[in-house]
Design a protein around this ligand. Structure first.
Ligand SMILES: [Zn+2]
Length: 263
């Protein structure tokens, strides 16, 4: 495209001005004769889809000479692609037991280890989705229930999800169950329980209202997920696998996300 020099200077000045006020939206472009969405996208080094999205255009053929288009900056396009939107709900993830308190121990498997493995996967997944995650422990250390509740209560607009594995002297018992306190806790427990049954393909032992210490002492919505019975040899053989732990983590995250969309 041939342009007179003066026009080009003015265009450059307008471009610079728009860049300075444009912020995250970047610059604007006035459509010239013979230009297409594709050629404009190419000119500014942005993708056709991001250019169309920035201008709320569904059909790229509907382009008019003189029309002003918002040019998304490549950095804002990039950050939108790599950085998830920051979520306001904060999640306290509480891997049960730890250190001297091993929780249930069956067949050489410590509950405290499994709890931590699932919890770290949940933490990673939630952070990738833009949530602020607070962990009550991130290694094999003892943390008292009072300390856990105290930590959780320091964060407003937060929910607490305790992660455990179950055990019973009746070794035939198996399946997943979720405990809760409060009305919102009930919904969160339902969401997590539903996802666990679907993802882990385990027996649905339902949700149970019970005032566990961590559920009683936290000021906010709190639930306690029991991801499977390590006292049952079949279920234990599944619980120790990384794939089972990942599926449990995915279920907990999916349950939290559904809760967040509702409340
Ligand atoms: Zn436990």
């Amino acid at each position: 495209m041939i342009q007179r020099e003066g026009y080009r200077v003015i265009q450059a000045l307008v471009f610079a001005f728009l860049l300075s006020i444009g912020g995250a939206f970047g610059a604007t472009h006035t459509v010239l004769k013979s230009e297409t969405f594709y050629s404009i996208a190419k000119k500014y080094g942005v993708s056709l889809s991001s250019l169309m999205a920035a201008n709320d255009v569904k059909d790229p053929r509907l382009l008019q000479i003189g029309q002003k288009l918002i040019i998304p900056t490549s950095s804002s396009v990039e950050s939108a692609r790599t950085q998830p939107q920051k979520k306001s709900l904060r999640i306290v993830i509480d891997p049960g037991h730890g250190g001297k308190d091993r929780g249930a121990v069956w067949g050489g498997v410590k509950e405290s280890d499994l709890n931590l493995k699932v919890a770290l996967k949940v933490e990673k997944d939630l952070k990738a989705r833009g949530y602020t995650v607070i962990m009550t422990r991130r290694s094999d250390v003892f943390v008292s229930l009072e300390q856990r509740a105290k930590l959780a209560n320091r964060y407003s607009n937060s929910i607490v999800v305790s992660i455990h594995f179950n055990a019973s002297t009746y070794t035939s018992v198996r399946g997943a169950e979720t405990y809760y306190a409060g009305t919102k806790g009930k919904y969160l427990a339902q969401s997590i329980q539903k996802e666990m049954v679907k993802n882990l393909k385990v027996r649905d032992r339902g949700i149970i209202h019970r005032k566990f210490s961590i559920l009683r002492q936290t000021a906010y919505t709190a639930v306690l997920a029991e991801c499977g019975f390590i006292s049952n040899s079949y279920e234990r053989s599944r619980c120790v696998t990384s794939s089972y732990q990942s599926a449990a983590a995915r279920a907990i995250v999916a349950g939290i996300e559904r809760y967040d969309r509702t409340y």
